[in-house]
Ligand binder design. Sequence first.
Ligand SMILES: Cc1ncc(COP(=O)(O)O)c(C=O)c1O
Length: 368
Amino acid sequence: MNKIIYLDAAASALKSSGVIDAETRFLRDSYANTGRGVCARSIAADEMLAHAREYVANFIGAESANQVIFTSGTTDAMNRIVNIVRGTKNVKTVAVADIDHHSARMPWENVARRGEMELVKMPLDENYDIDAGNVPYADVMVITAMSNVMGVGQDVQKIIAAARDKNPNVITIVDAAQYVAHAPIDVQKWNCDFMCFSGHKIGANTGVGVMYIKDPDVFMPDKFGGGMVQTISGDTWNIDVAPNKFEAGTLPLAQIAGLPVAIDAWRTWSGGADIISYMYDELSKMPRVQLLTPRDAKIISFVVRDMHVLDFGVLIGAHDVCVRVGNMCASWMHHALGVDGSIRISVGPWNTMDDAVRTVDIIRGIIK
Ligand SMILES: Cc1ncc(COP(=O)(O)O)c(C=O)c1O
């Protein structure tokens, strides 16, 4: 069988043996629930959790590990943030943009569709980047740090500064699901209130994500239950401080054990710019290909004239090449680009130049 060429890192990254080993080791040697026991295994599990939290805090530039909340992923965090923010603040307007993934915008749009608040649009400039010079006044701003269709990092710091000029009390929420794979996150420099990403985009397992909260003491928790309350007596309960406050129930412990290893491995990856630019240049020579992304983007999105993206996906899949086709859960971005769907090539640390050369040859054959 031919080696499968996996060019779909932006959907989910392949797992290194280091990550698989770290999860296996934890499951085999020190598995127990956290925060609830005093035996050796419980202590080892608590230590693993504390280490992972510190590691992530350092990775994202947080002031304190208590600002790092483990979730099951970006979609989970984005839905939770709606309830966390609305549990404490009166939200009348939320700014969103057409580069948003469904997971970032739909949770707020759902509230707007019930007539409980209004969505306002952040304009994009001619390159489809958020136009920091024209951000609207809003109570909440959702900022997609990198579109999963365009692959271009946004100037998050500038956008947030502009948002605070308009409204010093704006709550800013950064979706870093794609950005995390390509550039360092610095939540203090960004000065964001919330930031989230999914571990699986950088080689950790599915089922673990990170939600950063700048001021966890200010917000009410959105989930109640075991592990987040210190005492209950009569009519009073004492809710624990962060991170416990926002981590009711049992965490995805094995996945968390693999996360620091994934981060560590991902940090040593050069980013694959040479592979992307080779494929971009070759695709740009093919007359039927319409490239949607700029040359320096971290991914390549394109369409083929007179060929449905799903047909392309099936044809290239038959050659053992995995790319993503469709609307990428980014309908608004595709509407802005004037296409129904696209074909996306994205790379990870496992990809080689040979993958790129073979893929280009195969594409040439498919659309000749
Ligand atoms: C920009 C962006 N936001 C959010 C998500 C949702 O991530 P998850 O499916 O891991 O929750 C994705 C996934 O592709 C994404 O690319």
